[in-house]
Design a protein around this ligand. Structure first.
Ligand code: FES
Length: 190
């Protein structure tokens, strides 16, 4: 079999995904006064992109590269380092299960097996109906309530396998009891 050459310089139009809206781009620019360099706005920019699109598309990476005046590869470096950032669309709700030591000692692996069997998906996959995505993540900073998981941004503590059906069926399972932090939503005054 001969070697195949991969074209890493061009991306087929259909693989680019959605672009950032003008509002998202403006929000990214509004972070510039907070940081010493445009490049330092990388993480806020990626959060804004994933908030808006549900994931960080290739086109969004290009948009961010243009805004921050860095090569697109520098954006991809960061996206591919953090499991938090998705490069393909997520479901409407994402379950983030802690895989670190305390949660593992108190049953997170059994929870993972139960979630995967119930939803029919593995880590970083999405159900065919687009309702659920699943991922594991390092410590969620709630070790004293292990094992824990998040559904979107809502934390669920001391989760037991027996409670999983009820938890997933609850329409409020991703509703936050308090307003979301305005870190990314508040307009910044220069
Ligand atoms: S080990 Fe699971 S929240 Fe810290």
């Amino acid at each position: 079999m001969s070697w195949q050459t991969l074209d890493r310089k061009s991306v087929p139009e259909g693989h680019l995904g959605p672009a950032l809206s003008a509002a998202a781009q403006e929000k990214i620019r509004s972070f510039f006064p907070r940081y010493p360099t445009k490049r330092a706005v990388m993480l806020p920019a990626l959060h804004i992109a994933q908030d808006e699109l549900g994931y960080v598309s290739i086109q969004a990476m290009r948009d961010i590269a243009g805004l921050l005046e860095v090569p697109p590869a520098a954006v991809l470096d960061v996206v591919s380092f953090y499991t938090h950032f998705w490069t393909h669309p997520k479901g409407r709700k994402t379950i983030v299960l802690c895989r670190s030591l305390t949660c593992e000692l108190l049953g997170s692996q059994a929870l993972q097996t139960a979630i995967e069997q119930k939803l029919g998906i593995r880590d970083h996959e999405t159900t065919a109906d687009g309702e659920w995505s699943f991922m594991t993540e390092e410590c969620l900073a709630a070790c004293d309530y292990a094992p824990c998981l998040q559904i979107n941004e809502k934390m669920h503590k001391c989760v037991r396998v027996e409670e999983l059906d009820k938890l997933l069926a609850d329409p409020q399972n991703d509703k936050l009891a308090m307003p979301r932090s305005d870190l990314y939503d508040r307009p910044v005054q220069a």
